[in-house]
Design a protein around this ligand. Structure first.
Ligand code: HEC
Ligand code: HEC
Length: 277
């Protein structure tokens, strides 16, 4: 009886073991029953794979993938080769996290009831205006400052768009990131980025809700239009015009110097002396 009560108390009380770690380290990219985010929905993963496999994968997904595991490789391909970071928590905690996912997945009634609820609550979807998209473009390029002074995206990323001049190549090109991650995925990256380099850039400089909305709208537009945009690839064009320009210049100089003295100045004196002697 006492044990029973205790069980109920822990259930109703503070976070379950693994819950906090899940929310901190996994919830950025995954949901349990809420659909695909950056990674797959984790509801029911225990039906898909063994506990042992799951532990190995969470501890180091790339090790499993490089080991040639067919399921993991297919999943990795399907998720556009986004590498899931190695677990930041020790193996024992990984077990807690997996148990937490299991217990969450095993609540079909609760998750079934929870899933439609937010849909009913969410206010009518905000539609991006041209102003939003322009703001996003200007924020991306650093023409407009972020409210909290975060770095402009272009210092690390590039987007192929007529309005944008070459961006950074430190990080991935984002032209088609919208197709790749979807609106929710991009929003998740901007709200709470899982990428360490980007995280450092926006530590204590979080983007506002409006800025995130504008950036996502801009990235969606860039993605929609990417087929019509001239890639701003100066590489080959520049090399070619450089070569042609050099050729033209050399030709010009050789014409200018057509009547240049070809032998040394002393040659004539020398010739005269030879003749006279
Ligand atoms: C940066 C985003 C990211 C984070 C953070 C992340 N994952 Fe993943 N996860 C992925 C992606 C993407 C995949 C799909 C496989 C791949 O691309 O490697 C995946 C796949 C998985 C799978 C296999 C799912 C299936 O359908 O079989 C499990 C299990 C998993 N993650 C658990 C976790 C746990 C637990 C954590 C927290 C410790 C975590 N992930 C943190 C992105 C992430
Ligand atoms: C300090 C450099 C830096 C800055 C600044 C930065 N990012 Fe990133 N971003 C990264 C890195 C690193 C990654 C991880 C993926 C990679 O290696 O390119 C990333 C990943 C992303 C991704 C996911 C890409 C994918 O295909 O999975 C998106 C979307 C993104 N950034 C958007 C933005 C936006 C929008 C801004 C401006 C608010 C921004 N980033 C600013 C470095 C940066």
């Amino acid at each position: 009886m006492i044990i029973f009560c205790l069980g109920r108390i822990t259930q109703a009380g503070a976070a379950e073991p693994g819950e906090q770690e899940y929310n901190t380290f996994c919830g950025i990219c995954h949901t349990i029953g809420g659909g695909v985010l950056i990674g797959p929905d984790l509801a029911g993963i225990h039906d898909r794979q063994s506990q042992e496999w799951l532990e190995k994968f969470v501890i180091s997904s790339q090790t499993v993938i490089n080991g040639g595991d067919a399921y993991a490789t297919a999943l990795y391909e399907k998720f556009n080769k986004i590498a899931m970071p190695d677990s930041p928590v020790p193996a024992e905690k990984v077990k807690d996290i997996l148990n937490y996912i299991l217990s969450k997945s095993a609540q079909p009634v609760a998750s079934g009831a929870a899933a439609p609820a937010p849909a009913a609550e969410t206010p009518p979807e905000r539609v991006a205006t041209e102003e939003d998209i322009l703001l996003g473009q200007n924020l991306f390029q650093g023409l407009v400052r972020f409210e909290n002074n975060g770095a402009s995206c272009i210092s690390c990323h590039h987007v192929n768009n007529d309005a944008i001049i070459g961006g950074g190549i430190l990080a991935l090109e984002l032209t088609q990131v919208f197709t790749k991650l979807g609106g929710n995925g991009v929003r998740a990256v901007l709200d709470n980025t899982p990428f360490p380099v980007m995280g450092v850039a926006y530590k204590d400089k979080a983007l506002s809700e409006n800025e995130v909305f504008a950036l996502v709208s801009f990235l969606q537009r860039a993605d929609d239009q990417h087929l019509f945009q001239q890639p701003k690839d100066y590489g080959t064009g520049l090399l070619l015009s450089g070569l042609i320009g050099t050729g033209v210049l050399l030709l010009f100089y050789s014409m200018l110097w057509l009547r240049r003295k070809k032998a040394s100045v002393n040659q004539q004196i020398f010739d005269r002396q030879i003749k006279s002697s």
